[in-house]
Design a protein around this ligand. Structure first.
Ligand code: HAM
Length: 426
C-alpha cells in the first residue's frame, strides 16, 4: 500500500525543529511585551467576503490563491485565512475594542493558507508573526511598528536585511497615478509579458513590482508616483524616515515598492533577506487607514502593521548559523534498570521524581542496560540513576553525572534536594 504524504505545500515540524520555533517565538513575545503589543488569536477561517473586501478582488491572493469552500450547500462561502490583518480588524470592530481605548497594539503568530505554487520559502500553509497597531498611524506609530519588527530581527541576531520604504499617498492620489500609469503602459500592451498584461486591467500598480528586466526597462520611463503626491503625504513620509534615522535603522527608498494587498495607503515597507532566493521578502506591511470603514466601522480608524514569514525567517537564520547552538532541553534524570524485574520500582521512582518537578524518563521498551545507557546519552540526560536489586533494598541509588562521569550514592530525598527546581540551577 502506498504511504500517505503531507499535502503539497505543507510541512511537518518535528521536535528538532520545534526548538528553533520556540526560540524565535520567545524573542517575539519578549519584544512584543517591551513595545506593549498584546497577543490576539482569531479563527482560521472567515467569511470569504471579508478577504475580498479588504485584500481586494483584483489581487493575486483573492483572485487565485484562496482556499474557499461552502460547508453547507447554498450556505455562505468560507475561506481559510490567507493573511491576518483583515481578521484582526474584523475582530477589533466586532469586539468593539475602540470603546475600551483609542489605541490597541496587537500581535500574533499564526498559520495562513495560500494556494501558491510551492517552492523554497513558499508554502501553501505557512506561518507569520505580525503586529497591528490600530487607532493611530502617525509617523511615530509607523516608526514604532517598524522599530518593533526590526528589533525582533536584531535580537535574533539576523544580519544583512534590507528595509525598503515607500509612500503610496492617499486613495485619490493613488487613483490618479494608476490612471496615468495605465495610459502610459497601454501602448506597450502587446509587449508586456503574460502576468503584466493581466495586471494592466486589473491591478496596474503591481506591474511596477515585476522582476522581468524588459518590463523594468519599460517602467523606467513611466510616470512616477511621487509626482502625484501632495505636500502632506510627502511630509508625513519624511517624518517617518526621520524617526527611523533616530532609531538608527537603515533603509532604502524604493519608489517601485507596491504591496500585493489593496488596503495600504501612505507608508508601505518590505524587508528583504539576502539568504532567500526568488522569494526574498521576509516581511512587509504599511498603513491601512481605510480598512476599518471598508469593513463596516462607522468611524475611521487609522492603523499600521506588518507581518514576517516565519519559515523565511527560519531559512535566513539557518543560513546565518543562528540555530545550531539551540538544543532541546534533555531530561535531568534517566533511570537505568539492571533487570526488567525492577520495572515496577522504576515506575514509582519516576513518579516521585516528577512530583518533585524533576524531568525524568525511563525505558519503556524492555531494553538492555547497555541500550538504556546509550539512550540516556542520546537524549542528553543530565544524570543516569542506576537501579538494581540492592539499590531497591537499601533505597540508595547511584546517580551519575553524565557530563563529568562523577557518581554519588544518594537516597531519593537527597536526589530530590539536589535536583528539584527550587534547589538547583538544573
Ligand atoms: P504579505 O506581504 O502578503 O503581507 O506577507 C508577509 C510575509 O509573509 C511575506 O513577506 C513572506 O515572508 C510571508 N509569506 C507570504 N506568503 C507566503 C507563502 N506562501 N509561504 C511562505 N511565506 C509567505 C501580509 O500578509 C500583510 N497582512 C502584512 C500586514 C500586516 N500589513 C499590515 N499588517
Amino acid at each position: 500500500m502506498s504511504q500517505y504524504r503531507a499535502v503539497k505545500g505543507t510541512k511537518d515540524i518535528f521536535p528538532v525543529e520545534i526548538v528553533s520555533w520556540k526560540h524565535i517565538e520567545s524573542v517575539i513575545q519578549k519584544v512584543a511585551g517591551l513595545y506593549g503589543f498584546q497577543e490576539i488569536r482569531t479563527p482560521v477561517f472567515e467569511y470569504t467576503e471579508l478577504f475580498q473586501r479588504s485584500i481586494g478582488t483584483t489581487t493575486d491572493i483573492v483572485g487565485k490563491e484562496m482556499f474557499t469552500f461552502r460547508p453547507e450547500e447554498n450556505g455562505r462561502s468560507i475561506t481559510l485565512r490567507p493573511e491576518m490583518t483583515a481578521g484582526v480588524m474584523r475582530a477589533f470592530i466586532q469586539g468593539n475594542l475602540a470603546a475600551a481605548a483609542p489605541v490597541h497594539k496587537l500581535y500574533y503568530i499564526a498559520e495562513l493558507f495560500r494556494k501558491e505554487r510551492p517552492q523554497a520559502g513558499r508554502q501553501r500553509q505557512f506561518s507569520q508573526f505580525g503586529a497591528e497597531l490600530i487607532g493611530a498611524s502617525s509617523p511615530e506609530a509607523v516608526a514604532e511598528t517598524i522599530g518593533m519588527m526590526m528589533q525582533v530581527f536584531a535580537d535574533l541576531g539576523v544580519t544583512g536585511l534590507r528595509l525598503r520604504m515607500n509612500t503610496l499617498g492617499d486613495l485619490d492620489e493613488r487613483m490618479q497615478y494608476i490612471r496615468a500609469l495605465k495610459e502610459y503602459l497601454e501602448p506597450y500592451a502587446a509587449e508586456l509579458d503574460e502576468p503584466s498584461r493581466e495586471r494592466l486591467d486589473k491591478n496596474p500598480l503591481r506591474i511596477l513590482d515585476s522582476k522581468n528586466p524588459e518590463i523594468q526597462a519599460m517602467i523606467a520611463g513611466a510616470p512616477k508616483l511621487r509626482d502625484f503626491l501632495g505636500v502632506s503625504a510627502i511630509e508625513e513620509f519624511e517624518k517617518v524616515l526621520r524617526y527611523l534615522d533616530e532609531k538608527g535603522l537603515t533603509y532604502v527608498i524604493d519608489p517601485l515598492l507596491v504591496r500585493g494587498l489593496d488596503y495600504y495607503c501612505h507608508t508601505a515597507f518590505e524587508v528583504v533577506s539576502p539568504e532567500l532566493g526568488a522569494q526574498d521578502a521576509i516581511g512587509g506591511g504599511g498603513r491601512y487607514d481605510g480598512l476599518a470603514t471598508q469593513l463596516g466601522s462607522k468611524t475611521e480608524v487609522p492603523a499600521v502593521g506588518f507581518a514576517v514569514g516565519m519559515e523565511r525567517l527560519l531559512i535566513t537564520m539557518e543560513k546565518q548559523g543562528l540555530l545550531q547552538h539551540l538544543e532541546p532541553g534533555g531530561p535531568q534524570v534517566y533511570i537505568v534498570l539492571q533487570d526488567s524485574a525492577l520495572t515496577a520500582h522504576a515506575v514509582t521512582l519516576c513518579d516521585a521524581l516528577r512530583k518533585a518537578g524533576i524531568r525524568t524518563l525511563m525505558d519503556l521498551a524492555g531494553r538492555s542496560m547497555k541500550a538504556q545507557m546509550r539512550e540516556a546519552n542520546r537524549i542528553s540526560a543530565a544524570y543516569a540513576l542506576f537501579v538494581g536489586e540492592s539499590e531497591m533494598q537499601t533505597e540508595v541509588y547511584g546517580l551519575k553525572n553524565l557530563s563529568t562521569s562523577e557518581q554519588e550514592s544518594l537516597s531519593i530525598q537527597e536526589i530530590t534536594r539536589k535536583l528539584a527546581p527550587s534547589n538547583s540551577a538544573q
